[in-house]
Design a binder for this molecule. Structure first.
Ligand SMILES: Nc1ncnc2c1ncn2[C@@H]1O[C@H](COP(=O)(O)OP(=O)(O)O)[C@@H](O)[C@H]1O
Ligand SMILES: [Mg+2]
Length: 225
């Protein structure tokens, strides 16, 4: 049987600024199987980041059902969501979000430091990940000493240090030149071929091509192509 890692049923989300309410997500339905590589596309402001944050348990929907890895998570509290998130989900963002005073190696280890567990093997795994991503000579460099592509590769290693079941990427190539973008997508493709489930948001069709499946969000719902 194929396992569904993500099941969203009729998810809605409304933002309120002052008296004005704006419904960004109007009933999102989505199923993502384990080992899938899905790209979510849509215009700027269409709700891609909002949706990814809900999938990543960083934000909660107003209504609807979310089943992540076989568990109904829609009604869990913040602590429970953080617990699952820290163990099962890795994030890669457009702006890298590395800690500026920490080295590449320390940045990769950061999720484990936050969790309060840190073993010798972890440092070895961090080094392996950096080596795999071609950064073995840069492990002691600070983010400001790294190119955009290198910083994003550090961010990918950081996302992988906890052995997540799901990798979420929000415009991962949005700040990169085309060569670095291709490199990052090649890494995603390899990771996916090794069994990692990936959900990536992008507005770039050339980047979305790397995924197995593309969904387009418009006016708060998914549209058929
Ligand atoms: N925290 C927030 N408060 C109010 N409005 C928001 C907030 N986050 C996003 N929005 C609005 O919701 C819409 C969708 O935003 P977002 O999910 O970031 O879209 P995308 O990632 O597709 O560009 C935009 O109109 C944005 O201005
Ligand atoms: Mg966005």
């Amino acid at each position: 049987m194929v396992e569904k890692l993500v099941i969203l049923k009729n998810i809605t989300k409304t933002y309120k600024t002052g008296k004005i309410a704006y419904q960004v997500l109007k009933g999102i339905n989505l199923e993502v199987e384990e080992k899938e590589f899905l790209a979510i596309m849509g215009a700027s402001g269409s709700g891609k980041t909002t949706l990814l944050n809900i999938i990543g348990l960083l934000d909660k929907p107003d209504s609807g059902i979310y089943i992540f890895d076989g568990q109904e998570v829609s009604k869990l509290n913040k602590n429970d969501l953080a617990y699952i998130r820290n163990r099962k989900i890795g994030f890669v963002f457009q702006a890298f979000h590395l800690v500026p005073w920490a080295t590449a190696l320390e940045n990769v280890l950061m999720p484990l430091l936050y969790r309060g567990v840190f073993k010798k093997e972890d440092e070895e795994r961090a080094l392996q990940l950096l080596t795999r991503l071609g950064l073995e000579k840069r492990m002691n460099a600070k983010p400001s000493e790294l190119s955009g592509g290198e910083q994003q590769r550090v961010a990918i290693a950081r996302a992988l240090i906890t052995h997540p079941k799901l990798l979420l990427a929000d415009e991962p190539t949005g700040n990169l030149d085309s060569k670095s973008s291709q490199e990052v997508m090649k890494i995603f493709k390899e990771l996916n071929e090794e069994g990692l489930t990936i959900i990536m948001v992008t507005h770039d069709p050339e980047i979305a091509k790397f995924a197995q499946r593309i969904k387009i969000i418009k006016d708060g719902v998914f549209v058929e192509k």
